[in-house]
Write a protein that binds this ligand. Structure first.
Ligand code: HEC
Ligand code: HEC
Ligand code: HEC
Ligand code: HEC
Ligand code: HEC
Ligand code: HEC
Length: 354
């Protein structure tokens, strides 16, 4: 089916050129000056020049390992995709909900795209055509190759639409990682504790729902308690400036089980900056994380099984609880943003110990 569609596009392109030349009367003028040399194309993954040939990407040989990688990923098989029938979960847990959001098929009262307010009868995992659709341009040399991604647009955060994340740098010139930010951001479920007033935790699931990777990476949406450790500038850390969701999680594979469409991080993505191999952990992270956990257990805001305990807490405890849950849910042990993770942990500990 794909091959047929692809061939028909090629036939269309060919016919277009044939028609053009036939419609015009051909008058041969004097020979012009030779044109200037074109610019070199950018190197693609594996050093393959993706501008060279459609078949670099559109061959079965190239696509088979991508299909295999996708099949072993949580994007294909994870249990949470069953949750996407309801309107509030579909944007991130249902292929169709995600497409509706990106296509702006439904708009809410504040002018933002929403999933179908009536919900969905079935919920499917995100597929190839959820993330990909058509190329914006075939002039890869000048416009770059967008890999036919459905969206490259910056994201107004769900939890605070006045904050925009737009991941673009040398590792991701076009903003391919913005696809990820759409889903890997906190859900709009609880206000982030701020100020000095007491704060009421209303649920045992308090915190930024499961995917705060983008906000931690950017260095926003923590409850920044003042303290001894300074907070890094927003969007201004070495990882944010020189790496991206796609470079660390979709880089060249080492053995078929990481990189590309497995979305597991690959060591190949780290060696450009960490030539002797990446550090195995963010300095002091594990110890500080456990220290903060111990303090929150004493305050009574979390349980042994890491659930939150509804109740009214001082601002400091509520903020520290939010920060600890953010780092827990992020699941990178601080790697996404070592400086921000250190500041959130150390300043939260300091606030509770005083
Ligand atoms: C850098 C990789 C890459 C190159 C080179 C590339 N494409 Fe694509 N293209 C993709 C991806 C990724 C998709 C979406 C997923 C898929 O179909 O594999 C896509 C989708 C398409 C689609 C729509 C979906 C489909 O399969 O019908 C067409 C048509 C297409 N490409 C044509 C071309 C043509 C023509 C060229 C050469 C001029 C080309 N592509 C070069 C990566 C590439
Ligand atoms: C449509 C929403 C959506 C998009 C877009 C999306 N993800 Fe995910 N991602 C999820 C969900 C939901 C899960 C959890 C799946 C499960 O285990 O139930 C997940 C899981 C993951 C995991 C854990 C993998 C595993 O195998 O358990 C990684 C890593 C990840 N995503 C990275 C990315 C990156 C990088 C991008 C961008 C290229 C991206 N995601 C785009 C929704 C999305
Ligand atoms: C803004 C996007 C977003 C929304 C909205 C969202 N989720 Fe998620 N959810 C995610 C992402 C991303 C993950 C995977 C995080 C990871 O693997 O690190 C996830 C993970 C989960 C998990 C697996 C958690 C675990 O501990 O294994 C469940 C269950 C879940 N979500 C339920 C829901 C439900 C129910 C709703 C609606 C009430 C919902 N989600 C709304 C983004 C979202
Ligand atoms: C969660 C979103 C997502 C899904 C699902 C997805 N892709 Fe991709 N794909 C991407 C992103 C992002 C890139 C760009 C990666 C980069 O810049 O290194 C990409 C790159 C590609 C490329 C070009 C780079 C390469 O390695 O050749 C091809 C071809 C491709 N995808 C095909 C597929 C196919 C086939 C499927 C289904 C089995 C699929 N994609 C599913 C997000 C996705
Ligand atoms: C500097 C490299 C780097 C960058 C950039 C990066 N990640 Fe990660 N990420 C990691 C590492 C390392 C881990 C923890 C080890 C692991 O699970 O592979 C991780 C963990 C994760 C997880 C949890 C994986 C799991 O198994 O549950 C998700 C989801 C994720 N990252 C998504 C993202 C998204 C989305 C972005 C962009 C906003 C991003 N990452 C940017 C390196 C990176
Ligand atoms: C663009 C360059 C770049 C890339 C790519 C990169 N890093 Fe880093 N990383 C740095 C720099 C610079 C530092 C030190 C400053 C800091 O803490 O952010 C660092 C710090 C770290 C730290 C914290 C060390 C500490 O002492 O606390 C860890 C852990 C880490 N990186 C892991 C990784 C992993 C894993 C990857 C690949 C998946 C990776 N990095 C990719 C530049 C990079």
């Amino acid at each position: 089916m794909r091959t047929i569609k692809f061939l028909s596009v090629m036939v269309m392109i060919a016919t277009f050129f044939i028609n053009c030349t036939h419609d015009q009367e051909i008058i041969v003028g004097p020979q012009g000056d030779p044109g200037i040399d074109g610019v070199d194309g950018v190197d693609g993954v594996d050093g393959v020049d993706f501008s060279a040939d459609c078949r670099t990407c559109h061959s079965n040989e190239h696509r088979d390992p991508i299909n295999e990688a996708y099949a072993i990923s949580g994007h294909a098989s994870g249990g949470s995709w069953a949750r996407g029938t309801s309107a509030s979960c579909a944007r991130c847990h249902n292929n169709e909900g995600f497409i509706d959001i990106i296509s702006e098929n439904f708009i809410d009262e504040n002018g933002f795209a929403t999933a179908d307010p009536d919900g969905y009868l079935i919920s499917n995992p995100i597929t190839c055509t959820g993330c990909h659709t058509d190329h914006r341009s075939f002039d890869f040399e000048n416009d770059g190759n967008d890999f036919a991604l459905r969206t490259l647009d910056p994201i107004n955060l769900f939890i605070d639409p006045t904050v925009v994340i737009d991941i673009k740098n040398d590792s991701d010139l076009l903003g391919k990682s913005n696809t990820c930010v759409n889903c890997h951001q906190p859900r709009n479920s609880y206000a982030i504790p701020a100020g000095t007033e007491d704060y009421e935790i209303t649920s045992s699931r308090f915190g930024p729902h499961h995917g705060p990777q983008s906000t931690l990476f950017e260095g926003v949406m923590g409850a920044n308690i003042p303290g001894a450790i300074g907070y890094p500038g927003v969007g201004n850390t070495p990882h944010r400036q020189g790496a991206s969701c796609t470079s660390c999680h979709m880089g060249e594979t080492t053995n078929g089980l990481d990189g590309s469409h497995t979305w597991n991080t690959t060591a190949n993505a780290c060696v450009t900056c960490h030539p002797n191999g990446a550090p195995t952990e963010v300095e002091g992270y594990a110890t500080d994380f456990e220290t903060l956990r111990g303090l929150l257990l004493i305050e009574g805001s979390i349980t042994d099984s890491d659930r939150t305990v509804p109740g009214i807490y001082s601002a400091a405890v509520a903020k520290a609880t939010w920060n600890w849950r953010t780092l827990l849910e992020d699941q990178s042990d601080g790697v996404h943003n070592p400086e921000y993770a250190k500041a959130l942990l150390k300043n939260s500990i300091e606030a509770l110990q005083n």
